[in-house]
Design a protein around this ligand. Structure first.
Ligand SMILES: Nc1nc2c(c(=O)[nH]1)N[C@H]1C(S)=C(S)[C@@H](COP(=O)(O)O)O[C@H]1N2
Ligand SMILES: [Mo]
Length: 537
């Protein structure tokens, strides 16, 4: 017994003090969960973007340097929002645990941390582009609830623990005879778990109610779309090459890639939607939803691509869009002769810089209200978004759009330009090898190779395939549905010999073949040949 006491005394912090710290950390995490939950409940009244977690996350997204965001997209792809949420939860849990430990030693230290965090969240919420008058309320109420819970829990820390490390002589007896305190510990843990669960339930309930209540799902479901004044021509019947494993020519809406900075999908009621056109114009123009619906709408197939799409990647999709040509709204506003750019802005503060010319020439640049004959899904920009053939989404495809500022490239910068991406983003001519897939083993003899190529608003003229260091060979193109959409291709590899081979593909637009020089996505889109390594058995 004496030897044991000796051994324990060599440790600078008494085990009992350490156990108290662990409990205080638990109290901190539980109080943290309650903070978040209370915030989420208040946000039911004050709006989803005022939810402390959402507001801090959104501010973080906007403040993240471009390279880090690119890294996140590269690592997590379209799951980047989930990754952010998990990261946020871990950081918050660590801070909350620290707050608990601090507060046990010195209440004011823990309290300062809680108040500081609440203040940061309140600041983030009030500075969001769509912040309402009461945006700070969820964070402040949350912080108050957290303080209250933390104090209540720390008061119930099991007794008989002086607490401060080394403050008391080690009392092995004390730890060796816990029988009397066990119920206290249990009660404390039970209470902590209860507070934590209340926080989690409140968070989930708050989020669900907030989105459901403000949700535009019902409005969207009841909408009747007008018939297009100019319907899209039906795509040619042989627009697909008929090879299993090639992506469908028309991307199903449910599978259409989604990229945006919005942590909660903006819920925009069409009844209140307005588009304001201002800046370098002879007269400001405003147009509402009813007026938009009453206009002559046109329909067009357009392939939309993300600048972050890696070579061979799937951040690209083709759909039939219905909308009002942007040039008609601009024609009413009459841009002045010195204007060369339109900065479109969304409800949540995203901006894109589109060359004025791309919005006034004869291409189908649309204020789109539908894809695949249905109102836009909320995550794709309901009720109105832009779609501009030939340009990456980040400089053209503003979702939840409410503002067009006619301006100049030397006068204004868009969301991604500030973060290191090019101010202009014409889509690079690209081709993708979809069959066979990397690592596939194929039988010797004739092997079907197929995929998709795009060169929006220029048109895919040829596609060629190369095996190892052999010559480029001409692939067959599927039917042409216009220069704004992608085009499928196939090629039969005759007499494929056993062994490992590297297939490469390249597309041609009217200016020649796409570049084979590899480039990463930053600053203006990935380049290089898509290659696939296969084994011929
Ligand atoms: N409001 C808003 N619009 C936006 C974005 C955004 O972050 N916010 N991202 C753009 C980018 S980078 C792309 S690639 C397209 C993607 O459109 P989708 O999600 O409908 O496929 O939306 C564009 N429009
Ligand atoms: Mo994008």
């Amino acid at each position: 017994m004496a030897r044991m006491t000796r051994a324990v005394a060599d440790v600078p912090v008494r085990p009992s003090a350490r156990a108290d710290d662990v409990r205080a950390a638990c109290a901190g995490v539980a109080a943290g969960a309650l903070t978040v939950g209370a915030g989420a409940l208040v946000a039911v009244v004050t709006g989803p973007s005022s939810d402390p977690l959402v507001a801090v996350g959104a501010a973080f997204v906007d403040a993240t340097p471009g390279w880090l965001k690119d890294l996140a997209v590269a690592a997590f792809g379209t799951a980047d929002k989930l990754a952010l949420g998990v990261g946020q939860a871990l950081v918050l849990a660590a801070l909350a645990a620290t707050g608990g430990v601090l507060a046990r030693r010195r209440w004011s230290a823990g309290a300062v941390l809680v108040v500081a965090l609440g203040g940061v969240a309140a600041l983030a919420a009030t500075t969001r582009p769509d912040a309402g008058t009461w945006a700070a309320a969820p964070s402040l109420v949350g912080a108050a609830a957290g303080l209250w819970a933390l104090q209540a829990l720390l008061r119930r820390l099991p007794p008989g623990r002086p607490g401060v490390p080394d403050a008391a002589p080690v009392d092995a007896e004390h730890d060796a005879a816990p029988t009397g305190r066990r119920p206290d510990r249990r009660a404390f843990l039970r209470l902590s778990a209860l507070v934590a669960s209340a926080g989690v339930v409140a968070t989930v309930a708050g989020r669900v109610v907030a989105t459901g209540q403000r949700g535009v799902q019902n409005v969207r479901a009841a909408l009747r779309l007008p018939a297009p004044a100019r319907p899209a021509p039906a795509p040619p019947t042989d627009v697909e090459v008929g090879v299993a494993g090639v992506e469908p020519w028309a991307t199903p809406v449910a599978e259409f890639y989604r990229i945006d900075t919005a942590l909660v999908v903006p819920q925009v009621d069409p009844a209140g939607w307005r588009l304001r056109v201002h800046g370098l114009v002879e007269r400001e123009v405003e147009i509402g939803w009813d007026e938009l619906l009453a206009s002559d709408l046109v329909e067009a197939w357009v392939t939309l691509a993300c600048v972050s799409n890696p070579v061979g990647g799937d951040l690209v999709g083709n759909q039939r869009w219905l909308g009002l040509p942007v040039r008609e709204v601009l024609a009413r506003a009459v841009p002045t002769s010195d204007a060369d750019m339109v900065l479109s802005r969304s409800v949540d503060g995203f901006t894109a810089s589109t060359p004025l010319e791309a919005l006034t020439d004869d291409r189908d640049a649309l204020l789109a209200i539908a894809m695949d004959g249905e109102p836009l899904p909320p995550e794709h920009g309901f009720p109105v978004r832009m779609v501009v053939p030939g340009l990456y989404g980040y400089v053209s495809a503003t979702k939840w759009v409410t503002e067009l500022e006619v301006t100049r490239f030397d006068r204004a910068e868009a969301y991604w330009t500030v973060r290191g991406w090019s101010e202009r983003g014409p889509v690079k001519t690209q081709s993708r090898l979809e069959v066979p897939r990397p690592g596939d083993t194929v039988g010797a003899g004739d092997v079907v190779v197929a995929g998709t190529a795009w060169a929006q608003h220029r048109g895919v003229e040829r596609v060629q395939v190369r095996v190892d260091d052999g010559p480029w060979q001409e692939a067959d193109l599927a039917a042409d549905a216009g220069i704004d959409t992608w085009r499928q291709w196939r090629w039969t590899w005759r007499g494929a010999a056993p062994g490992e081979h590297l297939l490469a593909v390249r597309a041609w637009d009217p200016d020649g073949p796409q570049t084979g020089v590899p480039a990463g996505a930053v600053p203006d889109g990935a380049a290089g040949y898509d290659t696939v390594r296969v084994v011929v058995a």
